[in-house]
Design a protein around this ligand. Structure first.
Ligand SMILES: *Cc1c(COP(=O)(O)O)cnc(C)c1O
Length: 385
């Protein structure tokens, strides 16, 4: 008798989310409206710093694009980011006609190597985009110090980092220019598709809100709910269509409430994996230091030098045992577009390349039962035997 396939990821959507979506559908307000606004307010409250503004968008990719646009990134500029990320982090730089400079990772954390960022600086460097890989904070004290010393803008790709802390501070509340979270289906909370942009700079916030909706000087919600009827608006720029619907925000309102419990469950599963894999020829992912919070978006295992299987065979065996796995990521320097545009080779990114060849991501999500966790553990042990 074989067990049903255990997917790599599944969202946890409960009755409260479903009821809130139904309420939205019945309310007559299905696009951006009161629930999107409440979700933004709840997000700022969650971060616990009223000087921050949260701006809901229909994806993190949209949010990253808005951030760089508001910072004035354009042709002739260079933006530094890690090769070990999803293409969305880098593609938004190209939307604006600027150039991407990819750098290697710290092999211990798999986050951007700040020394490599420093070596990559040129007079054209305008911004740097760290990624808090798997939910572990990048070395933000060093990165923010470097940015300050060289007058660089910092946009955090926090798609994995809800909730993550760095030196006791939640990601989203640090001294970066903009931080962007993702609510894609497999992230730590989901709205189906969606994201949140966070900044404490009112000028950046204003620009991003205008560009989020067609470059309109007032958004639809303000126009149609103002006490004085107002049909008038001005187009001040060729903006985008990046607003989050109330249907999506309805999900987000309840997902956000459940986030602390979600994080605890993810951490519990990660700890079970750590304990179960301690004697195997694998490198388990690093924990956060000094009581910091790790969001545990991903559990990334790396084969150690003594492992008797290749990564590809490891994944094949797990699939054969009914366990879904993934690889985060095929580094950008191996992707045809990035490789060819910037003439990149694996030798330029030895740590990312080495990690890529030996890594896989195991299922880690709140809907996994203890039996599911044990099944993954047993399958990993058997696959390595
Ligand atoms: C998921 C993800 C994104 C994109 O998020 P969307 O909300 O799907 O646009 C960007 N960067 C990283 C590192 C991601 O994992």
């Amino acid at each position: 008798m074989s067990l049903p396939f255990l997917p790599f990821a599944l969202p946890e959507i409960g009755d409260e989310e479903i009821a809130e979506v139904v309420d939205t559908l019945r309310s007559g307000w299905v696009t951006t409206g009161p629930k999107a606004k409440r979700f933004e307010q709840a997000f700022t409250e969650f971060l616990g710093d009223p000087s921050l503004e949260s701006i809901a968008v229909n994806s993190a990719t949209a949010g990253l694009h808005l951030a760089l646009e508001a910072l004035g990134i354009g042709p002739g500029d260079e933006v530094i980011t890690t090769t070990h990320t999803f293409t969305a982090t880098a593609e938004v730089v190209r939307y604006l006609g600027a150039d991407v400079v990819l750098v290697d990772i710290d092999p211990a954390t798999l986050c951007i190597d700040v020394a490599a960022v420093e070596r990559a600086l040129t007079p054209r460097t305008k911004a740097v985009m760290p990624v808090h890989y798997a939910g572990l904070a990048a070395d933000m004290p060093a990165l923010l110090a470097l940015a300050k010393a060289h007058g660089l803008k910092v946009v955090e790709d926090a798609a994995h980092a809800l909730p993550t802390t760095c030196g006791g501070e939640l990601i989203g509340t640090l001294q970066s220019d903009v931080t962007v979270f993702s609510f894609y289906a497999n992230k730590t909370i989901t709205t189906g598709e969606g994201g949140m942009v966070v900044t404490r700079d009112p000028e950046l916030a204003k620009r991003m809100k205008v560009m989020r909706l067609h470059g309109m000087s007032r958004d639809a919600f303000d126009r149609f709910t103002a006490t004085v009827p107002s049909w008038y608006y001005e187009i001040v720029a060729p903006g985008f269509k990046y607003n989050l619907t109330d249907i999506a925000a309805a999900l987000g309102l309840h997902q956000l409430k459940r986030l602390p419990a979600f994080q605890k469950r993810r951490e519990q599963i990660a700890e079970q994996f750590h304990a179960a894999f301690a004697d195997l020829p694998v490198i388990t992912p690093p924990r956060a230091v000094d009581g910091d919070l790790h969001a545990w978006h991903l559990y990334v295992l790396r084969l150690g030098p003594d492992a008797a299987v290749t990564r590809d065979l490891f994944i094949e065996r797990l699939f054969a045992a009914g366990i879904g796995c993934s690889v985060h990521y095929i580094p950008l320097h191996l992707q045809p577009y990035w490789r060819d545009r910037y003439r990149l080779t694996p030798q330029m990114f030895p740590h990312s390349q080495h990690a890529y060849e030996r890594m896989l991501s195991l299922p880690l999500y709140t809907r996994m039962t203890d039996a599911d966790v044990q099944r993954v553990i047993d399958a990993v042990r058997a696959a390595l035997a």
